[in-house]
Design a binder for this molecule. Sequence first.
Ligand code: GLA
Length: 391
Amino acid sequence: MKVEKERALQEHRLRFGHEGRIYAAPARVNLIGEHTDYTGGLVMPMAIDFKTVAVVSGRQDGLAVFYSANYEEEVSFEIASLSRAASGRWSDYPAGVLWSLLEAGISMAGCNVSLMGDVPLGAGLSSSASVEVATAMALLGHSGIELPLEKVATLCRRAENEYVGAKSGIMDQFVVAGAVAHRAMLLDCRSLAFELLPLPDQVRVVICNSMVKHAVATGEYGNRRDEVEVGQDILRRERPGIELLRDATLEDLEVCKGKMTEESFARCRHIITENGRVLDARKALLDGDMGKFGELMVLAHESMRDDFAASCPEIDGLVRIAMQQPECFGARITGGGFGGCTVNVVRADGAERFVETLKREYSTSTGIQAECFVCAPSDGALELAAKGGVS
Ligand code: GLA
């Protein structure tokens, strides 16, 4: 479904009887820097042209009413008595954002919020951060409050961590809120300082959905994070000056090898080497060396597969097929892992052929029809003009 601004505004008007203000937040893909964010590391995501729109209008009864056009369902919350009570459903994301804003002392008047989105679910493209940031923009706009990017991202992350119960890092919410068109974002997840990096015009980013579903809110993501945190605690105890895994070197890790499980050791090794690869990837981009950038992507994939144990056979197959194509510089798993999508950097003039071959060969080897998207770096969240403007 392509989200149309006029349709979203009209549905809101018909359902709630009021004109609304409309906000949009994109999805994201991570070029390199996986599972580094929650230990203060480096990531290099960009926003992509899928989005969630949120239309907001006021109401007088102190309720926050959320309607999802995708789920065709409406839920209401009494703002004055909203408690942290996740239901395991779509509404946890907008309700979680409302809760997080209230917890931060932001007062909120009654409101209707309609949500409509075209971000593929469970594909590792951050459908959840897209809903969170769109909701936050709408609720803040409704209250007449403007917050800096870091604050919006942090409040949305809190919703995801504490209300929804997914232990994710800051990458998704930050890039979804703050991305800039035509640029990838190098984000330092400890200081939240970021640098916008140009992608050469001669390349395209192709996202390929393996159609193997992943869910950050459950299972393996949390297990990996626990294994990482155990390793990080040991490093912190044993090596002065280490506060986060971000501060550790491979030598530090080697010294602590006997004190942690093989799993924790391998997970930490992935993160330490991945932080280094992000810096090398930055240099490759600034040098315009896409060959080098691609090599780093493949190393990052191997590290996610072998040290982080977060890939799956279908995704490995997609990377293998991609790397056999002459127009492909690099390919890797992207996002939380355990399925979802690959991200591929390919020559612009070969992008179409690349997509055809990848789909055909993946279907021949697995029987699965992959979905591929040729993407350009998009803008982060913004308010759309109610009449005309961006659609
Ligand atoms: C998910 C999380 C992010 C990040 C990635 C892995 O997308 O939401 O915070 O940890 O996985 O890089």
